[in-house]
Design a protein around this ligand. Sequence first.
Ligand code: UD1
Length: 355
Amino acid sequence: MKTIVTVVGARPQFVKCAPVSRELRKKFHEVLIHTGQHYDADMSDVFFKELGIPKPDINLHIGSGSHGAQTGLMLIRLEEEIQKIAPDLVLIYGDTNSTLAGALVAAKLHIPVAHVEAGLRSFDRMMPEEVNRVMADHLSSLLFCPTQTAVDNLMQEGISSGVFLTGDVMVDALRSAMNTVNPDSAIGINGDYYLATIHRPSNTDDSATLGRILQALNDIDHPVLFPVHPRTRASMEKWGVEPAKYSNIRMIDPQPYTAMIRLMGNARAVLTDSGGVQKEAYMLRKPCVTLRENTEWIETVNSGWNVLTGPDYNRIISAVKRVDNLPDWDGNIYGDGKTAGRICEIVDNFFINNI
Ligand code: UD1
């Protein structure tokens, strides 16, 4: 039986690997390595439990650090483990430092790399994730693209072999979560509300920028429910931000996946700088205001359901005013929810053809 090492480390990767691991384990021996990039119980453990992800076989407990230190430690520890396991393939997800480290270690050990969520581009190299994506794609033998835009981006960079338009595994994850989410259950806040998430370094690492965003959230027409990412909480503490000053914003801990889906499903609209949340909002037919100047999920913007505002106070306020005016919705942009099975089949064919 072929062995696949899956490398995950951060919250969005747990969500993506849940449906894929389930499929892979029907046919292959999967060894799950958690780098420990995200380590708080509400950023990690709760996702494994709730999504039924097998307990990681290995947890490297790398934790936080500068990009170089965090990625460097991952390289050292992943190389040791992957060398011992000698897998037939290394599977990586998305665009985090854990993605980059997994890709680099495998490529240097001459082990083929498969990248789930390949071809995404924001064309903004100031985003650490963009650097990780470009590197990971160029090191991968199998590239699983969620959209045609992603396939086209790879073509532009001269990558055409091993590229597959599979759809997005987040649709698979969302569909299976919807079976367990009761859309009418308590929402934690009365009446109409917006749901907000902010964690990108460009929005959280500068006090004036973070202050402008919080002020905009405080001044919009309905209360804002705001699950606060640890990076953002740390920045708020560092800048001495007093939550009590923002009476329109209700700050809560990071939420488990199904709770987040439920909160999104019941919100008037979503304000976010996350990649995944933009897509989830679209899939749940919720208007989205993206607090960035660019997005790799350009289909949501082209559809009219997502507006880019950057961290600009006036643009945020006026984008929120437009959320009642919604165009047609195409439910198939990100695939049919059967992406994990498709990925598994492609991996199987890859093994057969490379014997
Ligand atoms: C990372 C990913 C990003 C992804 C995001 C999802 C990179 C470069 N970025 O960003 O692509 O969208 O995860 O959340 O890999 N911290 C805790 N507890 C935790 C995790 C983090 O306290 O469980 C704090 C630490 O202070 C850390 C900071 O959050 O320094 C940021 O964590 P880090 O892993 O560097 O990146 P994220 O901002 O979470």
